[in-house]
Design a protein around this ligand. Structure first.
Ligand code: SF4
Length: 376
């Protein structure tokens, strides 16, 4: 079963026992800044340059090395999902373009001379995505107590204060770690899908703590699915979208009991975006229950304004021809619902109630994907 199928049975009051289900697939998808690629790219013939001093792929800067590849005409490199060429194109966009098989421009500078090449992923022998941290089991609803609008990776247009908007992260009850609270099945060597490609958990991720665990993982980029990854524009520069799916084998009652967690059981701290001071706690039930997961479109309301704000501000450039949404790119963030003055786009996104204010929130969440894990 997928986690969503299991939760729906539990919500309907159906009894589920260890005899009814062998494996539950859990997953999460969102902005995951700790994503990077390690790969080696061909640049020029042997002896053409000694070693790369600097390198860019589609204008996105990378770190040459650690292997110098002296006079071999190839460059080993590490490129961060958070590096960017400009405010619209960053590492996440580049990784998706590579996986889609698009041609990528490479520029190397060595001893003051430039070398260029165009490659596709087929020209690259080894390309691996490694994430330093993924899938925090419960993240934050972030608010801005100041009276200014704050540029942050957690908001597309800037987080309005004081206490006007919240940006919510986390997939709640379908998140892998949330479904295995004692980490009996998720650990070093667990087989996963990273951006749809078979991969493995390496261990705990950076900033993991007992109350907010996360994991680090890797997978072969050549087997990834572009629909499960990408780039997103935020008010503080481009960011990287990454997905992780983990199968949880139902070995006994304790594991099944962990899998029965529902959104309303999972606490969500409402925190100051500066420094993460917690103001209050709600739960994921407030976020996902009774709210829309996809955007409604009313084409008839469109005024066809030459500078369509929704098209301009959509963080994944998912909107074309004023109101056509590419469902593969849309992350249902809700930006278009407030940017379009004619009300072409709408969705019930929900409200978090603080002691002294009601806060409308935005999310980064994809449509309800199904992840399938192959065993073999
Ligand atoms: S919800 Fe609207 S603004 Fe957000 S990604 Fe989808 S189409 Fe773009």
């Amino acid at each position: 079963m997928t986690a969503a199928e299991l939760k729906s049975m539990i919500r309907d009051g159906q009894e589920v026992t260890v005899d009814d289900v062998d494996v539950v697939t859990t997953a999460t998808f969102g902005v995951m800044s700790g994503t990077m690629v390690v790969m080696m790219v061909p640049v020029a013939g042997k002896y053409s340059f000694e070693k790369a001093d600097s390198i860019w792929l589609n204008g996105v800067p990378a770190q040459p090395g650690p292997c110098p590849n002296e006079r071999l005409g190839v460059v080993d490199l590490v490129i961060y999902g958070t590096s960017y060429a400009d405010d619209r194109y960053g590492g996440g966009h580049l990784f998706r373009d590579l996986v889609r098989g698009k041609e990528i421009d490479i520029l190397v500078v060595s001893h003051g001379k430039s070398y260029e090449n165009q490659v596709t992923i087929d020209d690259i022998e080894c390309a691996r995505i490694i994430s330093t941290r993924l899938a925090f089991n419960n993240y934050y609803a972030l608010i801005n107590p100041a009276s200014t609008t704050l540029s942050t990776i957690f908001s597309v247009t800037g987080l309005k204060g004081p206490f006007t908007e919240a940006s919510v992260s986390g997939c709640g009850e379908i998140n892998p770690l949330q479904n295995d609270p004692s980490h009996r099945t998720i650990g070093v060597g667990t087989r996963v899908l990273l951006n749809g490609a078979p991969g493995y958990i390496i261990g705990k991720g950076t900033r993991a703590s007992p109350t907010k665990p996360n994991v680090s993982a890797f997978a072969d980029m050549k087997k990834m699915d572009p629909a499960m990854m990408g780039g997103v524009k935020t008010s503080n520069g481009p960011e990287c979208l990454t997905s992780l799916a983990v199968p949880i084998p139902v070995l006994d009652e304790e594991i099944l009991s962990g899998l029965k967690v529902l959104d309303h059981n999972i606490l969500l701290p409402v925190s100051d975006v500066n420094g993460r001071t917690v103001h209050t706690e709600v739960n994921y039930g407030h976020i996902w229950e009774g709210t829309d997961k996809v955007i409604r479109i009313e084409e008839g309301k469109c005024l066809k304004h030459p500078e369509c704000r929704a098209m301009l501000m959509c963080p994944t450039e998912a909107i074309s021809n004023y109101f056509v949404i590419n469902k593969e790119l849309c992350i249902n963030c809700g930006t278009c619902t407030v940017q379009c003055p004619a009300g072409v786009f709408s969705a019930t996104l929900g409200t978090i109630e603080l002691a002294h204010a009601k806060v409308n929130y935005f999310t980064f969440r994809p449509p309800p994907f199904k992840f399938f894990i192959e065993f073999g």
